[in-house]
Ligand binder design. Sequence first.
Ligand code: APR
Ligand code: PHB
Length: 394
Amino acid sequence: MHPSHTKVGIVGGGPSGLLLARLLHRSGVDCVVLENRDRAYVEQRQRAGILEQGTVDVLRECGAGARMGREGLVHDGIELRYDRRAHRLDFPALTGGRRVTVYAQTEVVKDLIALQLDAGAPLLFGAQVLDVTGADTERPVIRYTHQGREQTLTCDYVVGCDGFHGVTRHAVPETERRTYERAYPYSWLGVLADVPPSCDELIYAHSPRGFALFSMRTPTVSRLYLQVPNGTDPADWPDDRIWDELQARAALDTPWKLERGPLTAKAVLPMRSAVTEPMRYGRVLLAGDAAHIVPPTGAKGLNLAVADVTVLARALAQVHDTGSTELLDAYSDTCLRRVWRAEHFSYFMTTTLHTAADQSPFDTRLQLSQLDRIATSPHAAAELAENYTGLPLV
Ligand code: APR
Ligand code: PHB
């Protein structure tokens, strides 16, 4: 099945592309998703797992909320650890009732793929998009290979949901786009462990040895991260070394035991911020990681992708229903306001909680002062809680 034309050609079958397809399908807008990897790869790709309330609402409204409602873990707060002390942020108290849900991106992707296939909406795996041309025409064209043959798909609109290393961005002439970037001088070593989490909520730990994050996937699976130097080889981190370092970085003046267990996944993740502006050129639009990436400290990546495609689906439905491009014309500016807020929050969480190798004692004192401000001022704590639980969609 290789359609020759569709209203919306979606490049990429990650969370952005899959959710956009689901929202468009429910609005009666014809679309095709082209994903270059196979289903198993896309469903097992380890990413973050914190859903803002707005993300939960969108997933539930589009029919992807059943398993999330059963298996997602609703959290009312997080704990900050620093200087051997612990401080809990009470999200509902600080934000007027907002909370977050712990539900892995892999599970969101599985739920959306199942919906897409059940609905019979075109989702091609193993379809590698080679290029997107004609962005400044009324018929942009996607050229792709599938099952060893080259195909073309003409579209009314093309949406690049193909991540930060995708091809769709290149449909926008270099003279018409600008990318703002920041690389961080450290990475994360992320592990999955078959052991119940040693905490009820996430712990973000600042320590002179470096940052550590204690998260979870289910009541029996922990998700844990350690700040490591860029270029770290996971093979240099045997299990015991990881557990010892996690324990050391979360040390308190009061005893706290970290339960250990077998590690089932181990990978090093670089930390980068980047934004490509604008998120639209003619009839080609960018959404999710194709337009912006954030360091994972603020847990914003998936939530930003959901916000982009929610705004975009409304805009494309308006074009479909009325012919008006009012919302579409505002898409890029609407999304970029939220993107830059999330970029700043992710930068703030990253630079406040990580200890860079060349960091001065002065820098460390500034970090501890900021953390103390959050622990002692409801205003400072509310600013973090509002950003973490997610600002209103638009
Ligand atoms: N042709 C077809 N598919 C492609 C191509 C291509 N040329 N290039 C990339 N893709 C696919 C990738 O295989 C991937 O499945 O596009 C998809 C992009 O998915 P993501 O990178 O997950 O980006 P997005 O859907 O925007 O989701 C953002 O994912 O990376 C995390 O932290 C990020 O949580 C955030 C979320
Ligand atoms: C995760 O569970 O993978 C996770 C949680 C919170 C973050 C980053 C990652 O800030």
